[in-house]
Write a protein of this length. Structure first.
Length: 216
């Protein structure tokens, strides 16, 4: 049995949970999943049993507790260095870290107006000037990464990296809200959604019965 445990929220809604979960799946790490539905009367108490911040995701590794999606991915990159979490090219790695941090801290209009929802089809909902600016910036990032470093595969830097995990929930959003995309962005969305791990997550999200009205 694996000594890695990942505490996550609803797969239909929890974009932050998806990020480390996808990275761990893609790099073949065995882990136990602890799923806690969000926004229920018991959610906070249950999450606080594992998380100092009271939020998901949380990684439990032996006596070590790591919370926050990007911190979890960085921790795993140190613990399992045989996997190419950030790419071997120094210039590409710097860019991958920069865009991952930008995704981590930015794009608030997109987050607030286009919540992740695997089940829904909400064409055009939430489209504001600020959201369009976020979409334009994200697709520019994807275009630059693909053109500069993506020739070896169909991910941002060719092979899958943490950067792809960080942007994976955006790909789901773009499908849910039917966001018009250029050819490069459309191809990237199709490629990341086709990953078996992404399909596993999405199918599990579709099967969930919980409804969080704020995200519908």
């Amino acid at each position: 049995m694996s000594d890695l445990k990942l505490v996550i929220g609803n797969k239909n809604y929890s974009s932050w949970s998806l990020r480390p979960w996808l990275a761990m799946k893609q790099f073949g790490l065995e882990f136990n999943e602890i799923r806690i539905p969000l926004y229920t009367p018991e959610s906070s108490e249950k999450i606080c049993q594992y998380s100092p911040s009271g939020k998901v995701p949380v990684l439990l590794h032996g006596s070590q507790t790591v919370w926050d999606s990007l911190a979890i991915c960085e921790y795993l990159a140190e613990e399992f260095p045989s996997h190419n979490w950030w790419t071997n090219d120094k210039t590409a790695r710097a860019l991958a870290r920069s865009i991952s941090a930008e995704m981590h801290s930015g794009f608030q209009p997109l987050r607030q107006n286009m919540s992740m929802n695997c089940r829904a089809k909400l064409p055009g909902k939430g489209m504001t000037f600020g959201v369009q600016k976020d979409i334009d910036r994200i697709t520019a990032i994807w275009r630059d990464c693909r053109q500069m470093f993506g020739s070896g595969g169909n991910m941002l830097f060719g092979d899958f990296t943490i950067a792809d995990a960080m942007f994976a929930p955006v790909a789901i959003r773009f499908i849910t809200y039917e966001v018009p995309l250029d050819a490069i962005a459309k191809d990237y969305v199709e490629a990341i959604l086709a990953l078996p791990a992404m399909q596993e997550w999405i199918q599990a999200g579709l099967a969930e019965v919980e409804i969080i009205s704020n995200f519908e």
